[in-house]
Design a protein around this ligand. Structure first.
Ligand code: SF4
Ligand code: SF4
Length: 188
């Protein structure tokens, strides 16, 4: 027999404090209806919101959904109640890492970390070349797959030819003060 669910408002309160209030959700499922990645998720976006509101931290923090989510924000745009579902997914990812929990998809978590580190090092702009190099090395250390490396090199070359992959750093973006504050908030 399943353990009875014990609702708690703690997670919902934490989300509200993080400027991610979700209590207006009435489970219309428009978020899940528009999400392009539900085929790979173990919990649908509206279920993540519902379980978060019920305080089921363990269930949402263990879900592979939060790592599958690509932050495309379709769900956030579609929500009739202005709930930032994509923001909730990001918050849950960060919370998962802060607590040192096991990550179901270590590759996604590592890419997330490298991306943030690259943004921090670049004063707000990620270095694509550094990101690709670090992530490729990480993947090769886990499992060397020559075929995958060859495919990635071909893809990298195509992106480079189209100007989508810069080898040299580009100018730091404007509004450095705001970016520093954002990075500080991510760190805290
Ligand atoms: S679209 Fe908004 S209100 Fe509807 S289920 Fe998703 S989060 Fe809840
Ligand atoms: S932000 Fe994430 S949950 Fe929302 S629609 Fe995009 S992939 Fe789906």
């Amino acid at each position: 027999m399943d353990t009875p669910l014990r609702p708690s408002s703690i997670l919902a309160e934490k989300l509200a404090q993080g400027n991610l209030p979700a209590s207006a959700c009435y489970q219309c499922k428009k978020c899940s209806g528009g999400c392009p990645l539900t085929f790979a998720m173990d919990l649908l976006p509206h279920q993540v919101i519902l379980l978060s509101l019920l305080g089921q931290e363990d269930k949402v923090l263990s879900a592979n959904t939060i790592w599958v989510c690509s932050a495309c924000e379709t769900c956030t745009t579609r929500c009739p109640n202005g709930i930032d579902i994509a923001g909730v997914m990001d918050w849950l990812k960060e919370e998962n890492l802060k607590r040192g929990r096991t990550v179901p998809q270590p590759e996604v978590a590592t890419f997330h970390r490298y991306f943030l580190e690259s943004i921090k090092a670049g004063g707000g702009r990620a270095s694509e070349a550094t990101l690709v190099r670090r992530f490729t090395l990480f993947k090769m250390r886990r499992k060397f797959d020559f075929q995958e490396l060859k495919e990635n090199m071909k893809l990298g070359w195509r992106l480079f030819k189209r100007g989508r992959l810069r080898l040299l750093g580009s100018h730091a973006p404007k509004k450095q003060a705001e970016i520093k504050e954002l990075l500080r908030l991510i760190k805290s």
